[in-house]
Design a protein around this ligand. Structure first.
Ligand SMILES: Cc1cc2nc3c(=O)[nH]c(=O)nc-3n(C[C@H](O)[C@H](O)[C@H](O)COP(=O)(O)OP(=O)(O)OC[C@H]3O[C@@H](n4cnc5c(N)ncnc54)[C@H](O)[C@@H]3O)c2cc1C
Length: 264
């Protein structure tokens, strides 16, 4: 192969293949680079895997609801492992522990439980500015506002929630924000207006059903986005400091729930 090419294509997804084919049509040479598995999103993570799931769901639905007379409905066995994300569920004002029990009772295998806690802000009409330092744009931080009547209102990202003039958002009783915060932290300011969903996580860890799950994972990817002064106030300037305390908190909470000695 020559060490000179006409076109260098970054990536190997659908767009890259279209570019390579076009280069070939006009007698140009092309080389493709890839930092992840060849094929890009569609083949590896997008269109094909999602269509497999949709196709499998249709087969199960058709078996349960046959279109033609003379066919008896039957329930196909489903061996589909689910992942329970404690942070996302708490943000949606669901109880992760109750959800886990419901899924297991329905015969769903739980492959993994992600142990994670979200941000909670009480009385956003007065306290919303406390979340301003958390409004960074590397990740989406979905916000769910719950009114005094219990109605839920979703906002795609924290900056939008902070800028919102919608009374349902501004005057909600509470906001929950998707932001992975250290598991050992329960309150994040002196008066408790900014806290975490640690109580919901502790309730999940106390569920006896959790013994059926082999893989528990602590999620830390947004650690670097936690405001530096907050990390310092929590006594965890580095990710390793935080991880160590999170693991101890999980082990101690599990041990307390199971009547064992701390750290076991
Ligand atoms: C769940 C899901 C379902 C979907 N279903 C459909 C569907 O039914 N129909 C449809 O038309 N579309 C669908 N899509 C959208 C479709 O997958 C994307 O539009 C398509 O994959 C985009 O192709 P692309 O080549 O632009 O990018 P990608 O396929 O994302 O490829 C980009 C590649 O570039 C690589 N890369 C990035 N930076 C570099 C670098 N610096 N060096 C080397 N490599 C690099 C990445 O690793 C990646 O593999 C779906 C997407 C998802 C997530």
């Amino acid at each position: 192969m020559s060490d000179r090419v006409d076109l260098v294509i970054l990536g190997s997804g659908s767009t890259a293949f279209a570019a390579a084919l076009t280069a070939q049509e006009i007698q140009k040479t092309a080389v493709m680079t890839e930092e992840r598995p060849i094929g890009g999103t569609c083949v590896n993570r997008g269109c094909l895997p999602s269509k497999n799931l949709i196709g499998a769901a249709k087969i199960i639905h058709d078996a349960r609801n046959p279109r033609y007379r003379g066919l008896n409905a039957c329930a196909m066995d489903l061996d589909f492992a689910a992942l329970v994300d404690a942070c996302h569920q708490a943000v949606e004002f669901e109880e992760p522990g109750a959800a886990l029990a419901t899924l297991l009772a329905a015969g769903v295998t739980i492959a993994k439980v992600q142990l994670s806690a979200a941000l909670v802000l009480r009385d956003p009409a007065r306290n919303a500015e406390r979340l301003r330092p958390w409004a960074e744009d590397r990740w989406f931080h979905q916000v769910v506002a719950r009114g005094a009547d219990g109605a839920l209102h979703q906002v795609p990202d924290l900056p939008e929630a902070l800028a919102s003039q919608d009374p349902a958002i501004r005057t909600a009783a509470e906001w929950r924000v998707h932001f992975h915060v250290p598991l050992f932290a329960r309150e994040l300011d002196a008066d408790g207006a900014l806290r975490t969903t640690q109580p919901e996580l502790a309730a999940l860890l106390a569920r006896p059903e959790l013994r059926a799950v082999e893989h528990l994972e602590i999620e830390t990817y947004s650690f670097a986005m936690i405001p530096a002064e907050r990390r310092a106030a929590l006594g965890v300037p580095t990710l390793l400091d935080a991880l160590e305390r999170e693991m101890h908190w999980v082990l101690d909470t599990l041990a307390a729930a199971r009547g064992a000695a701390p750290g076991c």
